[in-house]
Design a protein around this ligand. Structure first.
Ligand SMILES: Nc1ncnc2c1ncn2[C@@H]1O[C@H](COP(=O)(O)OP(=O)(O)OP(=O)(O)O)[C@@H](O)[C@H]1O
Ligand SMILES: [Mg+2]
Length: 399
């Protein structure tokens, strides 16, 4: 790419990479905007790796089928549970599908249940927004004596009535849906279920990151939400999509990252999209800062160590809150991998009897340090934040 003349045609993926952060001043052109102008000595180009905010469709690696499933649920007024671990990109999928649905003229109301301290607050917002979107009367949702969960169910009933009167349909998307269940308990589940299963004009998409809890809620025949809707489990972005996504963004700035360096970004991040973007962001920033054109896998590791070094107070606090057996179980988990976690060798090295290891692992999962992945009958414990492993290797394990 070095030395390419301005206005020279570029590959499709490069055009897309540029279009993320360069306003196309002439949309009819098939050529990238004058390269030197964009770069301007390397200062004007925005870091192409973004983390900590929901991304739009054009900014995502992969996720086409997930976005399509959400979109189809909206079009067909269906019901879908989107379930996945933290920071895997659930909200971004919801955002991409919402944008697309709205561009097709569909009405979509999207909420993050965590942002509402009470269920009645969420219920009021839904009712007000629906009335605004459809143009109907706004009902107050603070009826005294009504329980929080009854108000939410009533709010949803009200929205269904409003849309059916208007001859339209609407989609209600509730992110971090586990909050609703945590706050309202099984009573909320039962009331919300009773309401929404009668709604023909409202699509529901519920997303959440308490994978175990949501899987149980929707997959246990004894629970009200059993088979209430389709379930979509969000996995990692496949490397066949993530590798070109990362490479094209480095190449757009004339930075070279070989296959091993890109694999190091993904390995250190355990393929968690948030961590991948955060580490790639820091690598990109370091290259721009130092003027280096190339980074190797050991360079990537150094950047990861700098990152956890900066977050050291946070990791130290996490570590110090753990009991001694939990610390040992965590170290065993990061060094033995999970396959041999209960092997005599690992237990011996950790100095833990099997039952203590089990209790410690359960506690680590409960406090959100680890999560359990169940895949084809096998159970794996993984770190919720993959950078914790880098921190442990750097500051705790010295053998
Ligand atoms: N498909 C993707 N391609 C590239 N980066 C992604 C993708 N999905 C997520 N990310 C990265 O992860 C970050 C977090 O994404 P998002 O907020 O959508 O995840 P989430 O699962 O909703 O997280 P949380 O559990 O914290 O709510 C994004 O800001 C982005 O950096
Ligand atoms: Mg989210």
């Amino acid at each position: 790419m070095a030395g390419r003349a301005p206005w020279e045609p570029v590959e499709q993926f490069e055009r897309e990479a540029y279009s993320d952060y360069v306003k196309p001043h002439n949309v009819t052109t098939r050529y990238v905007y004058l390269r030197n102008h964009i770069m301007d000595g390397g200062n004007k180009m925005k870091n192409p790796f973004e983390f900590g905010r929901e991304l739009g469709k054009s900014e995502l690696a992969d996720r086409e089928s997930e976005v399509r499933s959400v979109l189809e649920t909206m079009r067909d007024t269906g019901r879908l549970f989107l379930i996945g671990p933290r920071r895997f990109g659930k909200t971004s999928i919801l955002r991409a599908a919402t944008d697309q649905a709205r561009s097709e003229g569909l009405l979509v109301l999207r909420y993050n249940a965590e942002a509402f301290p009470t269920l009645s607050g969420l219920a009021s917002a839904i009712v007000e927004d629906a009335a605004k979107a459809i143009g109907g009367p706004v009902r107050r949702m603070d009826a005294p004596g009504r329980s929080e969960e009854a108000l939410l169910a009533e709010a949803l009933d009200g929205v269904n009535r409003l849309v059916s009167d208007s001859g339209r349909s609407i989609s209600i998307v509730i992110d971090e849906f586990q909050q609703v269940v945590e706050r309202g308990g099984v009573v909320a589940e039962a009331q919300v279920r009773a309401a929404i299963q009668q709604h023909e004009h409202v699509a529901y998409v519920f997303a959440g990151s308490k994978t175990k809890m949501l899987a149980e809620m929707t997959g246990n025949a004894a629970r009200p939400f059993y088979r209430l809707g389709a379930r979509l489990f969000i996995g990692p972005v496949p490397r066949t999509d993530f590798v070109p996504f990362i490479r094209s963004r480095f190449e757009a700035a004339d930075f070279i990252l070989g296959d091993e360096a890109i694999a190091a970004i993904l390995d250190l991040s355990a393929d968690v999209p948030y961590n991948v973007q955060r580490l790639a962001h820091s690598c990109w920033a370091a290259m721009r800062e130092t003027g280096a054109r190339e980074m190797t896998s050991s360079g990537v590791r150094e950047i990861a160590e700098q990152l956890v070094g900066r977050d050291d107070p946070f990791y130290t606090q996490t570590w110090n809150r753990l009991t001694r057996p939990q610390q040992k179980a965590l170290l065993a988990l990061t060094s033995a991998g999970d396959a041999g976690l209960f092997s005599t060798k690992t237990l011996g090295k950790a100095g833990l009897p099997q039952s203590t290891m089990q209790t410690a692992l359960a506690a680590l999962e409960k406090t959100g340090v680890t999560r359990r992945e169940e895949d084809r009958g096998a159970v794996q414990y993984v770190l919720e934040d993959p950078f914790l492993k880098v921190w442990l290797q750097l500051f705790v394990v010295r053998d």
